[in-house]
Design a protein around this ligand. Structure first.
Ligand SMILES: [Zn+2]
Length: 413
């Protein structure tokens, strides 16, 4: 066994790509030199969720804002961390234990974008939240499967893996589920998504995309979430449960804890530990920055969000290739600025079939995005699904790309 490990290590050294253990090979998150650590703070807000993400280039994002009752605690915590503004706020779903404190947050901090699923709720808390979003002036973007998140220039990437449907009976299943990737490390942040949504994620995404080092256990450890199959697919090295001390719901449910123990996955609970902070240097995760290789924390001030095509009108996005057999159209950003593809349209001229890029689709400078069609098309990081129908399998079918204003940007015969 030792000999085998040594051999494997040698092999890894020989390969320039390093050893990733076979997971997440589709995800191109490179740690940039001089970048800081990625930090994920699972904030103790009692029986609720609130997660602060600090990106390697010192941007801040907040997923959920705890209850109304915990709002002051949350604001105190954000102030203690010297948060100045929020790149993004993600309201996973409209339950009070997730959006209760967000009105206070949005009335205190300017936010660039608020991501939320397409669902409303008839509560005073929800109304206060919506009013605070409007007063803040933040742009709102629908959180749904396949929408990628701008996490700045430090190399971290994010993509929503859920919701995958438009309608659910249970509000929890609208939860925006975020896969956060930094270098070789990743986090699966699930909101209150239940087993139904977990199943949809497993159908939509490859095993590589599901695997994560850290799992925020769904729905406060309730037995409605964390199916054995989902847990096996994510296969985290650490699980975290956001849960209140002596809560009325008896959470976390013993079944969930038994499952974690059976799978030998260590877990931490906010009711026992208080706020839990997990650090990543892009190579491994740790509960203290001291355990990681001395990574120089960059002193760059908070980066403004990249300018979009709307501001500059100078985009250099092209249709790089269309593989008619594999049903893959490759779009590439050859410019120096990131481009917001929201509302852009890719056209298969022969059949006049049109694909509109989802709101919030950002194509970073120098990167490509694959638009997949045909029965085998699967969404993944770096690729989106047009349709399960075949689009390109004609003898002659030019492709055209139009921006949101309807201007022809690129064509390929
Ligand atoms: Zn909840």
């Amino acid at each position: 066994m030792k000999k085998f490990t040594a051999l494997l290590l040698l092999l890894c050294l020989l390969l320039t790509f390093g050893c990733t253990g076979g997971k997440d090979l589709n995800i191109h998150s490179a740690v940039k030199e001089g970048s800081g650590l990625l930090e994920v703070h699972i904030i103790d807000v009692g029986q609720a969720d609130a997660i602060l993400i600090r990106t390697p280039d010192q941007g801040d994002l907040l997923i959920d804002g705890g209850t109304n009752a915990a709002e002051d605690d949350l604001l105190d915590y954000l102030a203690s961390q010297n948060v100045q503004r929020l790149q993004a706020v993600i309201a996973t779903h409209p339950h009070e234990d997730h959006i209760g404190g967000l009105d206070g947050v949005l009335n205190t901090y300017s936010a660039e974008i608020v991501y939320m699923p397409k669902v409303t709720h008839t509560t005073a808390t929800f109304e206060r939240f919506i009013k605070a979003v409007q007063n803040n002036g933040a742009k709102t973007v629908q959180a749904k499967s396949g929408v990628s998140l701008d996490l700045g220039e430090g190399g971290a990437q994010g993509i929503f893996l859920a919701p995958n449907s438009e309608e659910y009976d249970e509000l929890n299943n609208y939860s925006a589920v975020l896969k956060l990737v930094y270098g070789d490390t990743s986090f699966m942040l699930t909101g209150d998504a239940e087993k139904l949504s977990e199943g949809e994620i497993m159908t939509q995404y490859s095993a590589k995309s599901l695997a994560a080092d850290v799992l925020k256990v769904g729905h406060h450890g309730s037995k409605t979430s964390t199916s054995a199959e989902f847990l096996a697919a994510v296969a985290p090295q650490l699980a975290v449960i956001s849960v209140g001390k002596d809560n009325d719901y008896g959470l976390p449910h013993p079944n969930t804890l038994t499952l974690l123990e059976k799978e030998k996955i260590p877990y931490l609970r906010t009711d026992e530990e208080g706020t839990i902070v997990i650090y990543s240097d892009g190579k491994k995760i740790a509960l203290s920055p001291d355990e990681l290789e001395a990574t120089q924390v960059s002193a760059t001030p908070i980066q403004p969000l990249p300018t979009t095509d709307n501001d500059t009108k100078q985009t250099n996005v092209i249709i790089e290739s269309v593989d008619r057999k594999a049903e893959i159209a490759q779009i590439r950003n050859e410019g120096d600025n990131d481009v917001d593809l929201s509302g852009w349209v890719l056209v298969s001229v022969q059949g006049d079939q049109r694909y509109t890029f989802a709101e919030g689709t950002i194509l970073k400078a120098g990167e490509s995005l694959a638009v997949l069609s045909g029965p085998n098309a699967k969404a993944d990081i770096g690729q989106v699904v047009w349709t399960e129908k075949n689009i390109w399998n004609n003898d002659y079918d030019p492709a055209e790309l139009y921006d949101a204003a309807g201007q022809l940007v690129s064509s390929l015969e």
